[in-house]
Design a protein around this ligand. Structure first.
Ligand SMILES: Nc1ncnc2c1ncn2[C@@H]1O[C@H](COP(=O)(O)OP(=O)(O)O)[C@@H](O)[C@H]1O
Ligand SMILES: [Mg+2]
Length: 467
């Protein structure tokens, strides 16, 4: 037996030292909580993103803007991202507004079906066989919001703002329509407002120190707009016929993990699209965004714990009913495909800005997908809505577009050329103030068929995804 043994002294390294030597083992920069996106090309580190967990780490808000040329991977990223977030318990709503001519339904339908087993909520001008309707006069929308909403519908249809007289006549008519419908024990609809505008009541006129004729004159133009949009018994060609002109369809289940609003049949850029999006946004705000805990129980079912008796500060604790230990707001994600319809329309951008401000408290993150910033106009509303995006993901675009984008977003000058050279599936990410120049989005085999989108530009042999 040897009396002495040689011993090799272990090599001591700090974790950070070894990370610097071999980056792929380093933890992801943005933390490990959230959805896996793929990897950072320059370091090889994993890239994990969650707008809700990164909140405390310098990310002021949870909204994302994704842009780049067609076919670069914007939709594929968003689809897998929300799919992966749903696994973490999030709820997702998608506004699929990309007009499709070669397909029966929007490109998000397959993902929605794969996750919830449900077909998308499809809006079809004229109604089609099984029309889906959202009712701007739905009692689920509270009084003040309802007045604002119907006014927005009329103003969008009219193409200008209502003056004080017309606005007042409209408010009175909405109230009257609500009263009449309640008397008849049914839900009020937009055509009731048109009818009420044409038959103002003596008492309403007197209260406003106007004659009945004057009040009728004030609201007549608004009633014509509603007739044109919703059609009349004699004329069913209105822009909104079959979509907004009746009670809300019972088939819309806003409790599902994922709801896809398929607007791909609605002509893009038209008044119907604009109005539909406005109504859906308010409907979501009033019905979908109600506060609820991740356990499914509303705040009222959680006990209220006083944290400090002197100030009366309190927080929500356990729920006896669901056995949940602490109230945690359920997080939600709203995706707008081809969001330039929305961001590029000042009225919608303004509405959206309000929606986003309101939604922040309810843990909502919005994802907007656009091609280029040149799709959007320069209005103050659009600029404000753009400012709400705290995470920006840029896929490859042409040099001129890239230069314009970089300038408008205030990114460093070198990023312009870099952006124009990015390959498919690789993007520059700006999270808060930090730039990650090359993030590769990784698609698993199981996700590929849900993201496959380039059917109309490739021939049949090349377009079939390899199995
Ligand atoms: N990270 C990726 N890896 C592999 N294929 C991808 C990736 N991203 C997108 N693709 C493929 O590229 C095609 C176009 O992507 P898509 O997301 O629809 O582009 P965009 O929305 O930017 O127009 C799709 O068929 C998709 O399967
Ligand atoms: Mg796309």
């Amino acid at each position: 037996m040897p009396t002495h043994q040689t011993a090799r002294r272990p090599l001591y390294t700090e974790t950070t030292t070894s990370q610097a030597l071999y980056l792929p083992i380093a933890p992801p920069t943005l933390g490990t909580a959230g959805a896996i996106i793929g990897r950072e090309l320059y370091s090889g580190k994993a890239f994990i993103y969650c707008p809700f967990s990164a909140f405390g780490d310098g990310l002021p808000g949870g909204n994302m803007l994704i842009m780049g040329d067609t076919g670069r991977g914007k939709s594929a990223l968003t689809k897998t991202y929300v799919g992966r977030q749903i696994r973490l318990g999030r709820q997702v709503v998608v506004l699929d507004t990309k007009e499709q001519t070669e397909r029966e339904e929007g490109e998000w339908a397959a993902l929605g079906r794969a996750i919830t087993g449900k077909a998308p909520v499809r809006f079809i001008p004229g109604g089609g066989q099984t029309p889906t309707r959202i009712n701007p006069m739905d009692p689920a929308i509270s009084g003040k919001r309802q007045i604002e909403l119907v006014r927005t519908v009329v103003e969008l249809g009219l193409g200008k703002q209502l003056d004080e007289f017309a606005g007042s006549a409209l408010r009175l008519a909405i109230r009257q329509a609500n009263r009449r419908a309640a008397d008849a024990d049914r839900v009020p609809v937009l055509t009731d407002v048109a009818t009420a505008l044409r038959s103002p009541q003596e008492t309403d006129a007197a209260a406003k120190k106007r004659s009945r004729e004057e009040l009728l004159n004030d609201g007549l133009e608004a009633s014509y707009v509603l007739d044109r949009l919703c059609g009349t018994d004699a004329d069913a060609s209105g822009d909104l016929v079959g979509m907004l002109d009746g009670p809300t369809s019972l088939g819309i289940d806003l409790d599902a993990d994922m709801v896809v609003f398929d607007l791909t049949r609605v002509p893009s850029g038209g008044v119907a699209m604009t109005i539909l999006v406005a109504v859906i946004a308010v409907f979501l705000e009033e019905v979908w965004l109600r506060p609820v805990c991740e356990c499914g129980a509303p705040p009222a079912k959680h006990e209220r714990l006083t944290v400090d008796t002197r100030s009366g500060a309190w927080q929500l604790g356990a729920s006896e009913e669901s056995g949940c230990p602490r109230y945690a707001q359920r997080k939600r994600i709203m995706v707008c495909e081809e969001a330039w319809h929305i961001l590029g329309t000042p009225q919608l951008a303004a509405l959206l800005e309000k929606f986003l401000k309101f939604a922040r408290g309810y843990g909502l993150s919005c994802v907007f997908i656009v091609h280029h910033l040149s799709d959007l106009d320069d209005s103050a509303e659009t600029a404000a809505a753009l400012k709400m995006a705290d995470t920006i993901v840029i896929y490859s675009m042409k040099v001129a577009e890239a230069a314009a984008t970089v300038k408008r977003l205030g990114l460093p000058a070198w990023t312009a050329e870099h952006i124009s050279r990015l390959r498919r599936g690789i993007a520059l990410w700006k999270v808060g103030d930090i730039i990650y120049p090359g993030v590769q989005h990784l698609l698993t085999e199981a996700e590929q068929h849900l993201c496959f989108s380039s059917g109309s530009m490739t021939d049949s042999t090349a377009s079939a995804p390899s199995l």
